[in-house]
Design a protein around this ligand. Structure first.
Ligand code: PHB
Length: 388
């Protein structure tokens, strides 16, 4: 009897050892600005994330428990919320972070605790450069990646002298630096540049006067959120658009707020890794599903959320279910999503993706994005990253 039981137990143990893992419950911490100037960006990311879980979640045996924390746009608040998710909630993985400043503040906590973080917006180059980590994987973009290709493209359009403007914080500097480096390498000249106090500049007039007097043939800027709305409107009301065409990083005329800019945004040419008018089956399906769910056209932020959750699902499909295995699997993810084919660069954990140059034009039901060029997939330089 004893022997039989023993044998049966041994048999059961062997059986269990070879049985695939049962469905896992994965705890996901979402770190997003649900309040403050970037709240609408955070909401789009959250809605995109939830949509991908609904669409692809069933492909994996896992279930996902979401714990949402509001980072505001504050590095200390972001860090406190990350600590809570890691230490108190004991999440398996985190996703989110909109501001480069918040990402900079939480990086060491993420790296030290070995809890993987899927970056769903913040573009600071160093997060996948000198401060890279095997636990930080980016499913959004890097500041350099989005702006660098515009340097050559604008020069190829015959523009040789440019004036630049951006808010005076990490993202503003990195976006302009990448553009300026590529534009000058192509043969162009930056005839002047200015950084405006972040979240404090209401009147861009003095800067626009300088740009007008600079001898530039075009202006290239980065602004996002509320600042993008007021900048584009003021640029138009200064009457500059015809003689001094406005170019920029595509966040300037994001589909999230372009209709708040109205006709002032017409004719502005920018570059980004996603626009809702990309002509592909994957994108059309996504736009239809997101619009049905939320009543809004998805922005690049919605796609960051969607692709972040999709990456998590792809990782769990390989059997990953805890912090270490999820981190390792995330670094190997690749799929074709709404923005096109994308993969994670094994050297940096940043993604490799196409960049679209687009013009904001009047459409049948408001402003829309006319794609002027699809630039080859961009892979950032390693920038001192050693993944360990
Ligand atoms: C950033 O801080 O990295 C950032 C914020 C908003 C954007 C893009 C980048 O639209």
């Amino acid at each position: 009897m004893k022997t039989t039981l023993k044998t049966a137990l041994a048999g059961l143990a062997t059986c269990l050892a070879f049985t695939p893992a049962l469905a896992e419950d994965i705890k996901v911490g979402l770190l997003l600005p649900y309040s403050g100037v970037y709240a609408s960006l955070g909401q789009d990311i959250d809605d995109g994330f939830a949509l991908a879980l609904e669409t692809y979640g069933a492909e994996t045996g896992a279930t996902f428990d979401l714990i949402r924390e509001d980072t505001e746009v504050s590095p200390p608040v972001g860090l406190a919320k990350t600590r809570k998710l890691v230490l108190q909630d004991k999440v398996d993985v985190m996703a989110g972070i909109v501001s480069s400043g918040v990402l900079g503040a939480v990086r060491d906590m993420v790296h030290g605790s070995k809890v993987p973080l899927i970056v769903a917006n913040a573009g600071n180059d160093e997060a996948t450069g000198e401060s890279c980590s095997p636990y930080v994987v980016r499913l959004s973009f890097s500041n350099g990646q989005v702006n660098r290709p515009m340097g050559q493209w604008m020069f190829d359009q015959g523009i040789t002298k440019v004036y630049t403007l951006a808010p005076d914080y990490a993202a503003g500097h990195q976006m302009i630096d990448a553009f300026a480096e590529a534009f000058t390498a192509a043969g162009g000249e930056i005839v002047g540049q200015e950084y405006t106090p972040f979240r404090k500049t209401q009147d861009f007039g003095p800067y626009l006067t300088k740009a007008q007097a600079s001898g530039a043939e075009a202006v290239f800027v980065f602004y996002a959120g509320g600042e993008a709305i007021s900048f584009v409107k003021q640029y138009d009301s200064f009457g500059l658009k015809t003689d001094l065409p406005l170019y920029g990083s595509g966040f300037l005329t994001s589909s999230l707020y372009v209709n708040a800019q109205g006709p002032a945004a017409e004719g502005v040419i920018t570059a980004l890794h996603y626009v809702p008018t990309i002509d592909s089956v994957e994108n059309k399906d996504f736009v239809a599903a997101f619009t049905e769910k939320t009543g809004r056209i998805p922005s690049e932020y919605a796609v960051h959320g969607y692709d972040s959750a999709r990456a998590l699902i792809e990782a769990t499909k390989t059997g990953a279910s805890d912090r270490e295995t999820i981190a390792a699997a995330l670094g190997k993810v690749s799929f074709t999503g709404p923005r096109g084919p994308l993969s994670i660069d094994p050297a940096t954990n940043n993604l490799i993706q196409l960049i679209y140059v687009y013009e904001t034009v009047a459409g049948e039901t408001g402003l829309t994005q006319k794609v002027l060029a699809t630039l080859p997939a961009q892979q950032d330089p390693v920038n001192g990253c050693v993944l360990k």
